[in-house]
Design a protein around this ligand. Structure first.
Ligand code: UD1
Length: 421
């Protein structure tokens, strides 16, 4: 297993370009199940999760060739076996995104239950109950969701809790359903809007995406389309956190400014200067002084849970005490014990993590537990006095394209080496 060796204490300078959004690429790739034919999807990052989705689609009758940042897709049109196997689904929870489109297009789908992960239980009950409401018969047995239907019919779906992939699954399924589907308490994430734009370019009739009520008028048939995926707001936010934590001056290109209000506001409060140059470019600079601020995660447009660990890393060197509260996933503080191993002063209580900023901390060998926790550990290691080792970086490779190369081009002392096994 590879690991990263990071020598902290260097400010970051230069330019970085953000890759296409992982969380938009995955549903957009799953949506090609809705119509046979050829597609070209641009600005798709080379990531393990994208590769897993391409392999999964390969088992469902869809050829995907990922080269030069684009995925050339050929959907044969028969969904192959209509089975998303446990072998692939267990490596990526977002595999559940094939359920809605496959069922809606073919009337049958068998998808392994994704199961929990390090950040919490993460059930898919809302996906299932919404599809049942649309007329699907669903039985969960032997670790698989077995779903069948005639043509799905439009329905009024009220999500008890905001769910991103749940909204995406139903959006895709409803596009080919008979009649109108109204999704209430829908997720408003920019990646949902990106998926809806792609579906519209395939001929879908969707209104209200980006708000909590989305209306989908089902159509008889969709057609293939070409599309370019939005840039990754979480990757962009991660680089902004790195500058806030390490100091320096970095021009961030391909930065989706309009979808980053909460992130930009929080980092400004923490003392990072962020000059918005245009819709996709910001200049971030900091003298290294970090103000202590509290943060609480919420569904979009709130502060994203996917930025929580990176922001906490910045707070490790703040000038006071900050409280970081997680309201989406019950167990998303796996980075806290690792931050403590580095010498940082963080403790957990019922409301969240209390971070007491310190002038310096030492760095240590640490272990990544999930994708975003890994990014937080890398930022903390860049801020630490000495050398750190971040192990289990396969988590990082699920969601960040060329992360250490981009950081090292900004002057960070970071290298990937083979691990101990
Ligand atoms: C997506 C993102 C992930 C992000 C998360 C929250 C993708 C591929 N992943 O994950 O990066 O951290 O949104 O912004 O886009 N829940 C249920 N039952 C369900 C569905 C969800 O109880 O059927 C709960 C979850 O356990 C969680 C909350 O709802 O507590 C939100 O989860 P959800 O928005 O569904 O997360 P994902 O779509 O899996």
């Amino acid at each position: 297993m590879e690991k990263l060796i990071i020598k902290g204490g260097k400010p970051l300078h230069g330019e970085v370009s953000v890759s296409g959004a992982k969380n938009a690429s995955l549903p957009i790739l799953a949506a090609v199940l809705l119509a046979g034919g050829r597609y070209r999807i641009d600005n798709v990052p080379y990531l393990r999760d994208v590769n897993t989705m391409n392999r999964l689609l390969g088992t469902l009758g869809v050829e995907c060739l990922h080269e030069n940042g684009s995925v050339n897709v050929f959907n044969r049109g028969d969904c192959g076996s209509c089975v998303a196997s446990y072998e692939l689904v267990k490596t990526m929870r977002a595999s559940i995104l094939v359920l809605g489109p496959m069922l809606s297009r073919t009337g049958t789908a068998r998808v392994a239950l994704p199961g929990g992960c390090a950040i919490g239980e993460r059930p898919v009950n809302y996906h299932i109950s919404a599809l049942e409401k649309m007329g699907a018969e669903i039985e969960v047995s032997g670790g698989y969701i077995n779903a069948s239907c005639g043509r799905l019919r439009g329905a009024e779906i009220v999500f008890d809790k905001v769910t991103v992939t749940g909204t995406e699954n139903i959006l895709m399924a409803a596009s080919l359903a008979d009649g109108v589907t109204v999704l209430q308490n829908a997720a408003r994430e920019p990646e949902i809007v990106d998926l809806a734009c792609f579906l519209r370019s395939m001929g879908a009739d969707i209104k209200g995406d980006g708000t909590s009520t989305i209306t989908v008028k089902g159509v008889g048939e969709l057609h293939p389309a070409d599309y370019s995926v939005m840039p990754d707001r979480i990757e962009a936010g991660t680089f902004l956190c790195a500058v806030a934590g390490c100091g320096g001056r970095v021009l961030v290109r391909n930065c989706p400014v309009s979808s980053m209000d909460a992130i930009i506001e929080k980092l400004r409060e923490a003392g990072l200067n962020i000059e918005i140059i245009d819709d996709f470019t910001v200049l971030a600079s900091s003298d290294g002084h970090i103000k202590a601020v509290d943060a609480e995660t919420f569904p979009y447009p709130g502060f994203p849970t996917d930025m929580q660990s990176q922001f906490m890393a910045v707070m490790l060197k703040s000038d006071g005490v900050s409280l970081i509260t997680e309201s989406i996933f019950e167990n998303r503080f796996m980075h806290v014990p690792e931050f403590k191993r580095m010498g940082a002063d963080v403790s957990l209580n019922d409301s969240g993590a209390v971070v007491r900023g310190c002038r310096s901390f030492s760095g240590a060998p640490v272990m990544a537990s999930d994708l975003r926790a890994s990014a937080g550990l890398v930022i903390a290691a860049l801020m630490a006095d000495n050398t750190s080792e971040v192990q289990r970086i396969y988590h990082l490779d699920r969601g960040y394209e060329s992360f250490e190369k981009k950081l090292s081009a900004l002057g960070a002392d970071i290298r990937r080496v083979p691990g101990d096994g």
